[in-house]
Design a binder for this molecule. Structure first.
Ligand code: TYM
Length: 336
């Protein structure tokens, strides 16, 4: 039987936000605690440099993302937690896969189009090849499942595709085709200011998102200012029609309070958004404050995080080095 293995990652660019937490990180912790999977959680620092970044902040941002993983419940005794750059086989496999990745498919990647914007001619090759590195991150562990938010589905398709292309080209069963693991109702957490666009680290206004580093006052301020509409809180799903902000806030509430949407309709349906928001602030602060406090504690003395990351990197190198050798052997490379 194939060992069920999870791999996922987040970029150390700006602070993690509620979308990262509800769309992915919270699920990582659940999967880890189910005990059915071997879990690998990566801080994808090589991906973070595909857009302009602050060299002086990269190390801190990497530690901060690791601290967020741990604070949210990733347990280094149960899961392997590591920085991507500490495991050279990710980059090595990326090159091998890049020779098989079709330009036509990369051209269709919506994240590249969004990030490159109008100036695609000036975008770096790294940004274009981002999905190939992501495929390498996954395939180098032969991960069976990849818990991510909805926005990463297209990248996952490419990883599946590259695994199949390699196996067919070399007539082997070397790579497993990974399954996306897109869980729950919060696979797309939307901006607090516009219910039709995704909550994102790169949105200009910080008021569009709740960061895992925000304190209680800031969380309260952001929720109070979150966009709603003049109608009362919906009483059923049909009333979400044309009201993306209402849907988003209620979805976030349900996830943080660990309640069903029916519970939320029963509790708040027909009331004013002002009242709903008061409860939403309470629930958000109660859920997020312990995470932020633990993150801050970990960041006050980074020796523990550095030790965890170094040990994680070593474990990954022990797994990936023989696997990259095997991969190159299949491809016909010379070896002494
Ligand atoms: P990143 O850092 O952009 O996002 C990290 C995770 O957060 C999810 N996410 C969201 N989920 C719901 N609502 C949102 N508004 C929202 N915004 C972000 C993303 O889907 C993701 O799961 N390319 C990956 C990083 C990566 C990776 C990998 C992931 C690199 N290699 C290998 C899995 C496996 C990314 O989007 O990072």
């Amino acid at each position: 039987m194939i060992q069920k293995r999870i791999l996922s990652g987040m970029q150390p660019t700006n602070a993690l936000h509620l979308g990262n937490y509800l769309g992915a990180l919270k699920n990582w912790v659940d999967l880890q605690n189910q005990g059915d999977y071997e879990c690998f959680y990566c801080v994808v620092d090589l991906h973070a440099i595909t857009m302009p970044y602050d060299r002086d902040n990269l190390k801190k941002a990497t530690r901060e993302v690791a601290a967020a993983y741990i604070a949210a419940g990733v347990d280094p005794q149960k899961s392997v937690l590591f920085p991507q750059s500490a495991v050279p086989a990710h980059s090595q496999l990326m090159w091998l896969l890049a020779t098989m990745a079709q330009v036509g498919k990369l051209n269709r990647m919506t994240q590249f189009k969004d990030k490159a914007g109008k100036n695609a001619e000036n975008a770096g090759l790294g940004l274009y090849a981002y999905p190939v590195l992501m495929a390498a991150d996954i395939l180098i562990y032969n991960a069976t499942h990849v818990p991510v938010g909805e926005d990463q589905k297209q990248h996952l398709e490419l990883a599946r595709d590259l695994a199949a292309t390699f196996n067919t080209r070399y007539d082997v069963e070397h790579f497993i085709q990974p399954e996306p693991y897109i869980m729950g109702d919060t696979t797309r957490v939307m901006s607090l200011r516009d219910g039709t666009s995704k909550m994102s680290k790169s949105a200009e206004s910080d008021m569009t998102r709740i960061n895992l580093t925000d304190d209680a006052d800031l969380i309260a301020k952001k929720i109070k200012k979150a966009k709603t509409d003049p109608q009362p809180v919906p009483t059923c799903t049909e009333q979400f029609e044309g009201r993306p902000e209402a849907k988003n806030l209620m979805t976030i509430y349900a996830a943080l309070a660990d309640e069903t949407m029916d519970d939320v309709f029963n509790k708040f349906g027909g009331q004013s958004f002002a009242d709903f928001k008061k409860s939403m602030i309470d629930v958000s602060v109660a859920h997020l404050e312990p995470i932020t406090t633990r993150m801050n504690d970990l960041m006050n003395d980074v020796t523990e995080i550095d030790k965890i990351l170094a040990e994680g990197g070593e474990k990954c190198n022990a797994i990936t080095e023989p696997f990259i050798d095997q991969t190159m052997d299949i491809m016909g490379f010379w070896k002494s």
